[in-house]
Design a protein around this ligand. Structure first.
Ligand code: DX5
Length: 230
């Protein structure tokens, strides 16, 4: 996991073969990713739909690595417990979808899970400044959520840097994750800006070499960038 300059590589299963999802999840663990991100989409918060807790639960026993639920849904509160019961130890809600974000984050922690908040590219870091003490993870979206294979939005880097500075200033134990368009080049920029957890989909499922080669290349690029003084 992240910390002390060791980046975490998180695999989005969005590009997986949904007809062989269990096999792809096992292949990701074998390739050396740190955990899986389940991209939960409801067709309202984002113009796409994916899977529910039962699909995640069906995969829980196939691997030992961690699961995080990225809830790209308009009303995450009613089903918070379902994602934890399905085997996710991290539950990430979108700040834009929560009227009572402080209460929702507290509820996630009361369920025994780690609490995460995701910010869309247009949403400022200020949206979470008053709940940073309730966070175990901050997810800065580097694409507009809904689909894999999109281009990295470099203008999110000042937000990443602002979040890194505030997390460090307060001495908080908060993972700073980025998601969207992350590959061996963009991972360097995101790491240099302050991220330490990197979610990737397309660049893990396709590219040169084996999946393990691609995971290793991503980790090496992030490690180098994280150890290079800004
Ligand atoms: C939101 C999804 C994607 C996915 C990663 O759209 O959450 O960001 O995880 O997709 P890639 O790595 O293909 O951009």
């Amino acid at each position: 996991m992240p910390g002390q300059g060791r980046p975490a590589i998180v695999a989005s299963v969005l590009p997986a073969d949904f007809a062989r999802l269990g096999e792809d999840v096992q292949a990701l663990e074998k390739a050396g990713v740190d955990r899986i991100q389940w991209d939960v989409m409801d067709g309202s918060f984002v113009p796409n739909m994916t899977f529910g807790p039962d699909v995640i639960a069906a995969n829980r026993g196939l691997v030992v690595m961690g699961f995080e639920a990225h809830l790209m849904v308009v009303h995450p509160e009613p089903m918070l417990a379902r994602w934890v019961e399905a085997g996710c130890e991290i539950v990430i809600v979108h700040a834009e979808a929560c009227l009572h974000l402080h209460r929702t984050l507290s509820e996630i922690r009361e369920l025994g899970a780690k609490a995460g908040v995701a910010l869309n590219p247009a949403t400022p870091f200020a949206a979470v400044e008053n709940v940073l003490d309730l966070l175990d993870l901050l997810l800065v979206m580097t694409v507009n959520p809904g689909f894999g294979g999109q281009s990295y939005i470099a203008s999110t880097e000042p937000k990443i840097a602002m979040a890194r500075a505030e997390i460090d200033r307060r001495g908080l134990d908060v993972e700073l994750e980025v998601d969207g368009g992350i590959g061996t080049q963009t991972i360097r920029a995101a790491a240099a800006a302050g991220a330490d957890v990197f979610c990737a989909g397309s660049s893990l499922f396709t590219g040169d070499g084996t999946m393990a080669d691609r995971v290793a290349a991503m980790r090496a690029a992030a490690t180098e960038a994280m150890s290079t003084p800004a």
